[in-house]
Design a protein around this ligand. Structure first.
Ligand code: BG6
Ligand code: MG
Length: 229
């Protein structure tokens, strides 16, 4: 039986992905990289800011020092933070709030497990903090997904063993991290059918059988991939 659900933030609860893309695109322009595409940006889903920068720099012919990379990551974050000012509770993705309310009514504990160091500010802006029991984010961790660290920290903060937690994710790195942490997973977002999640749904509003997901028996062998729409 699942006792806790750990939600990735960007692309699962809130639509910040376009803002990340725009901010990286601005930095790319400054670096003279004009062929940075949405496809490249898809590979930045779920991974840390520095790991995302490396994806962008694959498109550059120049080599950069660690110091220059730190400066670039900070510049991108400045652009991103400016764009985050446009976030409101309307930026929530379909079903996000309703799902948190439903799970709480069933006694399921909820947390965010996000690579983002901006997670606390985003959660404040979109008004979700009161509906979450814990937050684990890039500020709590040193390893980027697909390492399970951010989810294991979330489980620990919830006071639950990893095996009774389900992870909701929109990225390949996040689904791999859930597996590495021995957690079942729900894949959502534009790539939901390709991520290899235990369960799959277009978005949180499309999950019709939370009862079945929650009552899934704990097993070290993951259940077969299941469509839950
Ligand atoms: C993840 C995003 O949630 O957070 C990644 O999917 C992003 O694209 C990562 O790189 C880190 O975010 P931030 O806000 O710390 O730069
Ligand atoms: Mg995400």
């Amino acid at each position: 039986m699942i006792q806790g659900v750990i939600f990735d933030l960007d692309g699962v609860l809130v639509s910040t992905d376009e803002l990340h893309y725009q901010a990286w695109k601005m930095l790319a322009g400054e670096l003279g990289i004009h062929n940075f595409t949405k496809k490249d940006n898809e590979r930045q889903r779920g991974i840390s800011r520095m790991a995302s920068l490396e994806v962008l720099l694959e498109k550059s012919t120049r080599k950069f020092s660690a110091e220059e990379k730190e400066e670039m990551a900070e510049q991108k974050n400045n652009y991103y933070k400016e764009l985050l000012k446009s976030l409101t509770p309307d930026s929530l993705l379909p079903g996000a709030k309703e799902t948190l309310v439903y799970l709480r009514s069933k006694g399921i504990r909820t947390a965010v497990g996000s690579a983002s160091k901006n997670a606390p500010e985003i959660l404040k802006r979109i008004g979700l903090l009161p509906l979450l029991d814990q937050v684990s984010c890039g500020l709590d961790t040193t390893k980027s997904k697909p390492d399970p660290e951010v989810f294991l920290v979330a489980a620990r903060k919830l006071g639950l063993p990893a095996q009774v937690c389900l992870v909701a994710e929109d990225s390949a790195a996040g689904i791999q991290a859930a597996k590495a942490g021995h957690m079942t997973s729900l894949a959502v977002g534009p790539l939901y059918q390709q991520l290899g999640g235990t369960w799959q749904a277009r978005d949180l509003s499309a999950v019709e059988n939370w009862e079945a997901i929650i009552s899934c028996p704990i097993s070290w062998k993951m259940p077969e991939k299941t469509n839950c729409m």
